[in-house]
Design a protein around this ligand. Structure first.
Ligand code: ZN
Length: 362
């Protein structure tokens, strides 16, 4: 029987954390997975339908999170169904174990630790509340090949992982007859960010009554230096040769294609039209951000912006659909898995304290 997308509040990972900028730190000695007493019902399962994000008109997902009662040495187990085999997640001594075995079948010695991948950085959250660390410089920036995609300016750079996805996307667009993409901006150093901010601020000063008004207008349009996604090498501003500027890109063949297809290549529209309150940024149909598959596809399907997605993750929800599941863990927590698991597990840094655990259900 098909079940609706289910989400269980996992207070274990982010106990009482509601603020994106100030997540609570779980002490190393804290017993993991200490759920509130009333979180487990008498039957041992506890499913909460995520009506908000699944939407009434959508087909139900096969993704389901089942919470089982705690045992003596292992705290509550979460069973995620949807793949070929259910995935069991449980905690012990602040570690997280992910396996297809049942509790009584687990051989702790056979488990191997999964390392956090900090290299790609595609899960980074960068905004006003989450500035990049000082002296942040992305590793291995590469010039965009102007033979593969047109450039407004020479020597625009991105991370290799972003570039690879960008080339695939532009190539697919060409095959669909959409050939006019042009990149206007990619990686921006702190100095460039400051110059852009200052230039916008002095422009707005001329049309504003007060400095505060000019500053507020600038902030809506340009990220504060140090808070720009362009600093990561994961974001680019992509326009159309028939709409090269802010006001004339929307409605071009390229914009329409981009908006429909970018998630297939790991990108999201970072500042969507209907999420200006959540992102605190104006709608930018040209600003694409690489987050990788399957997150890009999940966010598109659920119509979530990055702030909304991480807000849910930070409040302890397990999110997912029939193909993937996402949850947050603390940087200090270690994650183990075993060979019985058919799902792919990855750990990627969100910010200084938090890591996103992605399960691609096998
Ligand atoms: Zn941008």
């Amino acid at each position: 029987m098909k079940k609706a997308a289910c989400v269980v509040v996992l207070s274990i990972f982010f106990v009482g954390c509601t603020n994106l900028s100030q997540p609570n730190v779980i002490d190393d000695k804290t017993e993991l997975m200490a759920l509130p007493e009333n979180a487990t019902d008498n039957t041992g399962t506890h499913n909460v339908s995520d009506a908000k994000s699944s939407g009434a008109a959508q087909a139900p997902d096969m993704f389901e999170v089942i919470e089982k009662p705690r045992s003596e040495s292992f705290n509550p187990l979460y069973k995620i169904t949807g793949g070929q085999k259910p995935v069991n997640i449980f905690g012990r001594n602040n570690n997280v174990y992910i396996t297809s075995h049942e509790l009584n079948e687990i051989n702790l010695k056979a488990l191997k630790q999964i390392e956090t991948d900090n290299t790609a950085g595609s899960k980074l959250l960068v905004n006003q509340d989450n500035p990049l660390p000082e002296n942040f410089i992305p590793q291995n920036l590469v010039n965009i090949d102007s033979g593969k995609v047109k450039l407004e300016y020479p020597e625009l750079k991105l991370l290799p992982v972003t570039l690879k996805a960008l080339y695939s996307m532009v190539e697919a667009a060409k095959e669909a007859g959409v050939k006019g993409f042009i990149i206007n901006s990619a990686y921006r150093s702190l100095t460039t960010q400051q110059q852009i901010f200052d230039a916008n601020l002095s422009g707005f000063k001329k049309s504003s009554k007060t400095y505060e008004e000019a500053y507020a207008k600038t902030r809506q349009l340009v990220a504060l230096p140090g808070n720009s996604e362009h600093h990561t090498g994961l974001a680019a501003d992509i326009f159309s040769v028939n709409g090269r500027h802010r006001n004339d890109f929307k409605g071009t063949k390229e914009q329409v294609w981009l908006n429909t297809n970018l998630q297939k290549y790991g990108f999201i529209i970072r500042y969507p039209q209907d999420k200006t309150k959540e992102t605190n940024a104006v709608y930018e149909p040209w600003h694409i951000r690489y987050v990788g598959i399957p997150l890009s596809i999940y966010m598109k399907e659920k119509n979530l912006c990055l702030e909304e997605f991480y807000s849910k993750i930070f409040s302890g929800e397990v999110l997912g659909d029939s193909k993937s599941a996402f949850m947050g863990i603390k940087k200090a927590q270690q994650v183990f898995t075993d060979e019985a698991l058919m799902s792919k597990v990855s750990l990627e840094k969100i910010n200084e304290n938090n890591v996103l655990l992605t399960l691609q259900l096998g």
